[in-house]
Design a protein around this ligand. Structure first.
Ligand code: PMP
Length: 334
């Protein structure tokens, strides 16, 4: 290794689901929404204000922040937006997980958490989910530098209920981040707990329930102090993160609550129908509250199914990792 290479920051990056683009494919591998975004989004695309692109966008993305504050009945000072929730999470890791003690998250969870931890040199410890893929709140009562978990969890789709408040009660001295990327498909948000816990940060995304993965919009809601600290880090990194079209189209998506409710309800109905049909085909899976199902077959190994499906141009997600190698994460389509 050359000398200069010794001091390079070396990381093993996150591997996103592949994005094939084949005419006949059935794409169920990245939990995208099968319906288009709200009609107002297309309206903005049809009438672009290209002259506005000469200028830098509003660095605070105020139009979108205000629309979100109104929608979720919080103050604009409690809202932070980013380029997808991955950006929000990356900023939150950097801002809030700055202790010598390890942060805690489940052993089976969103596989970006350990990547950010490694990137920022944050020590971490994973807590094993039980045999039904549930978190044990007792695991989160050990000394730590912060806690993060998705609810519902990914890739299992399993939702936690009273465990969340138990974890918050046990951890008043660190920031607890609940990643609610999949909460809009029948889950219960931790947002009401913000009134009781100033160290809670709730992260959500437009990529799934609002069908805008291509625009890259994520946000989080928390106590004003948390958001202030988060903005200080974000503005030390890159002022103009969110482009103008994303800000404007994001507002259209947030304002159309009727469309949001109708499309998420359709996805939930399809999910429940798929559960019955997968069951009849010999699959088992934990009960999912997300827009995907984490299924394994009683007889056919997941890897074999994965390959055969791929040959048929049907894309699902499979990880060759401990505990989950015999399961496929199948996104709910149409
Ligand atoms: N959190 C979880 C649990 C996810 O599965 C994803 C999707 N990969 C994200 C966050 C990030 O999604 P996005 O950056 O598109 O908002």
């Amino acid at each position: 290794m050359k000398t200069w290479e010794e001091n390079v920051r070396k990381v093993t990056p996150y591997t996103p689901g592949e994005q094939p683009n084949r005419p006949q494919m059935i794409k169920l591998n990245t939990n995208e929404n099968p319906y288009p975004p709200a009609p107002g989004v297309a309206e903005v695309l049809r009438h672009p204000d290209e002259d506005a692109l000469r200028r830098y966008p509003d660095p605070a993305a105020s139009v979108l922040v205000n629309a979100l504050a109104e929608n979720y009945h919080v103050k604009p000072e409690q809202v932070f937006v980013g380029v997808g929730s991955d950006d929000v999470l990356a900023m939150a890791f950097m801002t809030f997980f700055n202790s010598e003690k390890p942060i805690l998250f489940p052993d089976v969870t969103y596989s970006f958490y350990d990547v950010w931890a490694d990137l920022y040199r944050i020590p971490y410890h994973t807590c094993a989910l039980d045999e039904n893929w549930h978190m044990n709140p007792e695991d989160y009562k050990q000394p730590n530098g912060g806690v993060i978990f998705p609810n519902p969890n990914a890739p299992t789709g399993v939702e936690e209920s009273q465990a969340i408040e138990e974890i918050l009660q046990a951890n008043p001295d660190v920031v607890v981040i609940v990643d609610e990327a999949y909460v809009d498909f029948g889950g219960t948000s931790a947002l009401p707990l913000l009134k009781k816990y100033e160290n809670l940060l709730v992260v959500q995304t437009f990529s799934k329930s609002r069908a805008m993965a291509g625009m890259r919009i994520g946000f989080c809601i928390g106590n004003e102090k948390l958001i202030h600290y988060l903005n200080d880090v974000k503005f030390s990194f890159n002022s103009y993160t969110m482009n103008l079209p994303s800000q404007v189209m994001g507002v259209e998506a947030v304002r159309d609550d009727a469309y949001f409710k109708a499309t998420t309800a359709k996805i939930v109905a399809t999910r429940e129908r798929i559960k019955k049909e997968l069951n009849e085909l010999g699959f088992t899976f934990p009960d999912s509250k997300a827009n995907f199902i984490f299924a394994s077959h009683k007889e056919v190994p997941a890897e074999e199914l994965f390959r055969a499906l791929r040959e048929a141009d049907i894309y699902v997600r499979h990880w060759n990792k401990p505990r989950i190698a015999n399961s496929l994460r199948i996104t709910v389509g149409t």
